[in-house]
Design a protein around this ligand. Structure first.
Ligand code: GDG
Length: 500
């Protein structure tokens, strides 16, 4: 596709605004400065979109207390936003990752509420909005990303009413009953309502959001949009856009000769087991690792899986290590894996090969190639790209995906072996089905799953969102107000509302 969003002297016509840049600034031991791909689903998804479209990516570069100049990278401009060490603590580790992250994931860990964290969140959101306002060309499309920046759309609209503002939430949007706990709920809703289009992973997220707008604000809701009455009306449309991956480049990577060679080496290192069960996650309490490791441990203990034949390879990429809950999780998993490995198997390779480190993407592709069974069992997950990466990379006809029904991906990947990760016995049963079902049944499921991911890739996702943003955007030439519309009666969530 044509590069549609170059940055010019007049500014960029297309911008992504995200907490993190696609690359992190790191200082090596010899003092040399380097840039390294940042981990996580948001970068995996948006990097190919930016490469294709060009424009500017506004975000933090991962190093506190450092100002870095803008630079060109892979055909687009990187615009680093500085954060102080205190802001990293309060805005990022605090409000983003110890308040919003657990609250939005069904409160699977206890969300903490601190006023000074929110103050920092507001301050940093304002800084991101100001930088985006400086960099954007007249009438540009600005795509704000994720829970760390929910106040940006409104702030940006106030600074630059000419822009088309889209927002996408990568994590679940919680039900009203949970969201209401948040002392700053009003500011967050109003922040999001600054957008012309708000995207969620699931239709349920969009309806949770609209329900809140209807119950908690004076703005009206009409089907899939809120009519926001402030500084002249605008419409904020809320819809689901299930995210995906660059399926072709993952499958090409897995097919590359070097990757195949790496897979052979890995197989050798693992001692040629007859079955490889794989997990790949950021080390995060939402990913259901405690439950998964226990389930696999019990299957080994009960002799349902033979530790001489089967290996469980679990990669846990380091993440948010300064947040207390993450440190606790790391210790728990270390202990659990150690206990299982010390009690099961012979003197050779342990049944669980656990690596708390990150690997190059090509190594992950080699692991996906090898895995007979992929375990993706989060307690709650916006989508989960690892499930889709496995399907793009595993080329044999006999793969099997065990998938939590609480991952957004479960809505599309219906042929997976579905599990409730809280139900250990159920999870063990599903893993055993994935291990022992007749080949014909497994192939049928796997074919359908692979097709889904091949046909619904990241460019389809981005095109759908951005073309809807063009349609709903309210650039001055296209401005539309609800006052022009004929009054009508609507039914929303079973409730009658009068509009206009
Ligand atoms: C958020 C939402 C949503 C992992 N370890 C390594 C590595 N990774 C890559 C994986 C994958 C990404 O990180 C993880 O993406 P997920 O989607 O599984 O999870 P989150 O990071 O929590 O992502 C999630 C996503 O945003 C997108 O909207 O799906 O629900 O929580 O791409 O491959 N990459 C490399 N080395 C590793 O060791 N190179």
């Amino acid at each position: 596709m044509e590069n549609t969003g170059p940055s010019t002297k007049q500014g960029a016509t297309f911008l992504v605004v995200a907490n993190r840049l696609p690359v992190d600034r790191i200082v090596r031991e010899d003092g040399k400065v380097d840039w390294q791909t940042a981990p996580g689903g948001l970068v995996t998804a948006l990097e190919p979109v930016m490469k294709q479209r060009g424009g500017a990516w506004v975000g933090w570069h991962g190093a506190p207390d450092e100002e870095v100049e803008a630079f060109e990278h892979d055909g687009y401009t990187v615009e680093p936003v500085p954060l102080s060490a205190e802001e990293v603590e309060e805005y990022y580790e605090g409000f983003s990752n110890a308040t919003l992250w657990p609250l939005y994931h069904d409160a699977v860990a206890f969300p903490e509420f601190h006023r000074e964290w929110f103050d920092a969140y507001e301050r940093v959101n304002q800084r991101f909005a100001e930088r985006a306002a400086e960099v954007a060309a007249d009438g540009a499309s600005v795509w704000v990303q994720d829970y760390q920046l929910q106040l940006v759309p409104r702030m940006l609209r106030e600074l630059r009413p000419d822009l088309n503002i889209g927002f996408f939430l990568h994590i679940p949007f919680p039900p009203m009953e949970l969201f209401q706990q948040l002392p700053w709920r009003r500011q967050i809703i109003e922040g999001l309502l600054g957008s012309d289009l708000v995207g969620f992973q699931m239709p349920g997220g969009a309806s949770n959001f609209l329900r809140l707008v209807r119950r908690r604000t004076e703005h009206k809701v009409d089907r899939d949009r809120a009519i926001v009455k402030r500084n002249g009306d605008h419409e904020c449309v809320a819809r689901a856009y299930p995210i995906s991956i660059d399926s072709k480049s993952f499958s090409d990577l897995a097919q590359a000769e070097e990757t195949k060679a790496e897979a052979q080496e890995l197989l050798e290192e693992l001692g040629h087991p007859s079955m490889i069960v794989l997990g790949v996650d950021r080390l995060d309490y939402t990913k259901g690792l405690r439950q998964r490791v226990r389930a696999m441990g019990e299957l080994f203990e009960e002799g349902k899986l033979d530790p001489n034949e089967v290996v469980f390879l679990q990669i846990a990429t380091p993440s948010r290590e300064r947040v207390e809950e993450y440190r606790r999780l790391r210790d728990d998993i270390d202990l659990l894996v150690g206990r299982i490995n010390s009690q099961i198997g012979g003197v050779g390779r342990p049944p669980i090969v656990y690596r708390h480190q990150s690997f190059p993407r090509a190594t992950l592709a080699a692991m996906y190639q090898l895995a007979d069974i992929m375990l993706v069992t989060p307690l709650r997950d916006g989508m989960n790209l690892v499930a889709k990466e496995y399907l793009a990379c595993h080329s044999g006809p006999d793969g099997a995906l065990v998938l939590s029904e609480f991952a957004g991906a479960a809505r599309e990947l219906r042929q997976a072996y579905m599990v409730n990760p809280y139900d250990l016995d159920g999870m063990k049963e599903a893993i055993m089905h994935a291990a022992t079902d007749p080949q014909r049944e497994k192939r049928r499921r796997f074919r359908a799953l692979k097709k889904q991911v091949a046909e619904n890739d990241i460019s389809k996702w981005a095109d759908r969102f951005l073309s809807d943003l063009d349609d709903h955007g309210k650039g001055p030439a296209r401005g539309k107000t609800s006052a022009d519309e004929t009054p009508s009666m609507h039914f929303v969530d079973g409730e009658q509302t009068s509009q206009g």
